[in-house]
Design a protein around this ligand. Structure first.
Ligand code: SAH
Length: 499
């Protein structure tokens, strides 16, 4: 076999990125867009020692699990990898991926995992679920302005204003913006030269409130005739916030740090499970509100709170999980690295009249270790005969936002409770938890740890550390937040072993 040879194979498995896997003469090939059960003709692209890559040329016999996808661009666009697979099989694939990672990378015995793992929670309607979309702006070969999505693994824009994962309003908003940009000959940002103005368009919708947000990410501070665009967009029912985000850096990072108001508020409001949240353009907010409610309910259920507990919510974003937990806990402490998200979190606490929560800005690993270690140092100092009261005051230096009470006597007690939480919830980004964060969690010895994860590989890696540190797997459940794609969210509850 060599490059460009044509092969015929039956797809028997799927890789972690949704590629079909089949064998030709016993040699395995990865083929993008081929599904389990398909018989396909493919052209060899690359041969490695033990496997190869081939390009799908024709589906000779379609898999019984193939369905007509809603989006005609699904193979070109990098957003959806498995839209042509029936939703039932998508769920099966995701569940299997989580299980495999927990067994292989997490070292959890298969029987143990099967006994703890509950069925994946899927959606009734697996389209139009996203409340957020970020559309890059560019030009096509004729120099016409376009917006859409990047093709897989490239920065080539596939024009599309009507993604079927997003809300129906996106199309009208994007087309209004494109017409406006053409009218005033406003240029798209050019990644290669660093010139041009408009980089991305961020759109958000509050599913419960119907509020709409438009944020134009500019390679500059001013949109010429911006008020005219704002006036046009403001006529769209639900429009609540139109802003500019300034990003003059020559990098791949989408958003800059500064938000300038153009029309209306600088945030929108939405609610999950009866709790209201204010969301600014820079804040992280889960993209699938229907499934988010199920995800948070799962986290709350696994935490098994009775109302007496002190709980940490690490990587708390705008305090979504924290406020959910606060309804059932005595006191919740949230930690988040993005300062603006913590401003939102504090405001969200007030908005809902929830007083038993405090938020800290910083890296989860630093804040947690700071709380744990400083108290230890404090103890040592006191043993040396230092004034306890002064020490307590000094140790209250961490700046918390929310209903924190920094009176010295209470503060010392609070420090103790902070160091000995009953439950720690973590919801880190894809790279998982920092090593120091895991180590400090183990030192704090909470009764339960609830790990919410969007990447089951890093989840498995971190669970291994925690379980080796004296914890036992209790429950695990995947929640499908991203139908049509290979991604899934997962919640795992572990409990401290009492020896
Ligand atoms: N629990 C929230 C957010 C989860 S996303 C929710 O469900 O909405 C992960 C969050 O972790 C993001 O808000 C990100 O800004 C934050 N983050 C990333 N690295 C961090 C770190 N080292 N310490 C604390 N927060 C971090």
């Amino acid at each position: 076999m060599k490059k460009n040879d044509r092969i015929v194979l039956t797809i028997e498995d799927m890789g972690s990125e949704g590629e079909g896997i089949g064998k030709a003469d016993g040699f395995p090939f990865f083929i993008k867009d081929a599904l389990i059960g398909d018989v396909v003709e493919a052209g060899i692209m690359k041969l490695k020692k033990n496997y190869g890559y081939a390009r799908l040329l024709r589906v000779l016999k379609p898999s019984p699990d193939r369905v007509p996808p809603l989006c005609p661009l699904h193979q070109k666009c990098g957003g959806c990898q498995i839209q042509a697979l029936s939703y039932e099989k998508q769920l099966e694939f995701k569940e299997k991926k989580v299980k495999n990672n927990l067994i292989r990378l997490g070292g959890i015995p298969e029987e143990k995992l099967l006994a703890c793992m509950e069925p994946i929670i899927g959606m009734e309607e697996p389209y139009h679920y996203r409340n957020k979309a970020q559309f890059p702006v560019g030009t096509d070969r004729e120099g016409k302005l376009i917006t859409g999505f990047y093709a897989g693994r490239t920065h080539q824009i596939i024009p599309n204003t009507d993604c079927c994962l997003g809300v129906s309003e996106n199309k009208e908003i994007l087309e209004e913006i494109l017409v406006f940009l053409e009218k005033y000959h406003i240029s798209a940002y050019d990644e290669t030269t660093g010139g041009g103005l408009v980089r991305h368009i961020l759109l958000r919708k509050g599913f419960h409130t119907g509020e709409l947000m438009v944020c134009l990410i500019l390679n500059g501070r001013k949109l010429p005739h911006g008020q005219e665009l704002a006036e046009r967009l403001s006529r769209i029912p639900g429009m609540t916030s139109i802003t500019i985000n300034v990003n003059e850096k020559h990098t791949n990072v989408i958003m800059g740090e500064e938000i300038l108001p153009l029309w209306g508020k600088t945030y929108i409001t939405d609610s999950i499970g009866g709790i209201r949240y204010q969301i600014s353009p820079l804040s992280f907010y889960q993209v699938n509100p229907v499934q988010t409610e199920r995800l948070y309910e799962t986290a709350l259920e696994f935490a098994g709170l009775k109302g007496t507990e002190t709980v940490w919510d690490l990587y708390c974003g705008i305090g979504t999980i924290s406020l959910f937990l606060a309804q059932k806990a005595k006191q919740v402490y949230g930690v988040e690295i993005v300062p603006q998200a913590i401003v939102d979190a504090g405001r969200n606490g007030e908005l809902n009249g929830i007083e038993n929560v405090r938020f800290f800005v910083g890296k989860a690993e630093d804040v947690l270790a700071g709380v744990y270690e400083r108290r230890e140092e404090g103890r040592k100092d006191r043993d040396k005969g230092r004034d306890g009261k002064e020490e307590k005051l000094e140790k209250c230096g961490l700046e918390g936002k929310g209903s924190g009470d920094n009176e010295p006597e209470k503060c010392g007690d609070e420090r103790d409770r902070m160091r000995r939480p009953e439950v720690i919830v973590v919801d880190p980004p894809r790279k998982g938890c920092d090593k120091v964060c895991l180590e400090t969690m183990l030192k704090m010895r909470p009764e339960k740890i609830v790990y919410v994860s969007c990447d089951s590989a890093t989840l498995a890696r971190d669970l291994k550390v925690l379980m080796e540190g004296g914890y036992d797997l209790m429950r695990a459940r995947a929640v499908d937040m991203f139908p049509g794609t290979v991604h899934t969210e997962c919640v795992v509850g572990i409990q401290r072993k009492h020896i």
